[in-house]
Design a protein. Sequence first.
Length: 200
Amino acid sequence: MDLGDKIKQRRLELDLTLEEVGNIVGVSKSTVMKWETGYIENMKRDKIVLLAKALKVSPLWIMGLEENDEYNNSIMIPVYGSIPAGVPLEAIEDIQDYEDIPVDWLKGDRKYIALKVKGDSMYPKYLDGDTVIIMLQPDCENGQDCACYVNGYNATLKTVNKYDGKIELKPINPNYPPRTYNHPGEVTILGVVKELRRKI
């Protein structure tokens, strides 16, 4: 069975239409049909990742480099350099890399992205250039490290504490003071840190 046939077979196993797959990947159903007939040579990397996500397989499987047909291993998520407030994630072009996460993490319709750490406000726990895996959710427990929007700016990584209609965003680095804002209102939580990835 060639790769196009395998893509089609996997789509049918998941009971997905051409249009549904196209909507996830951001292409027309005719493009998905073209891939299923074997025309995948010029598929862009971001589309490979999204198609893999739609079919619950690894990007290597989409590229024909992984013959293992175990689908429940890992998927790739984008690593963003910055995440502007109010911009849909799929529209952000500042993708710097991709990271693997276990497919099991997606149970319960959970969603994840990765974010590059910038600066030293969360030193020594997080270093400039680290990658954090963020589980997307609009709230958190006190003491959790979160990606947050403050007054509509890019997402920032801070430890969150909430009390009496206020929310404190606390850096770990003692050289930076904690800041307190009205909540809800001035701060929006994008998600909670699930895992830290560091290249050495």
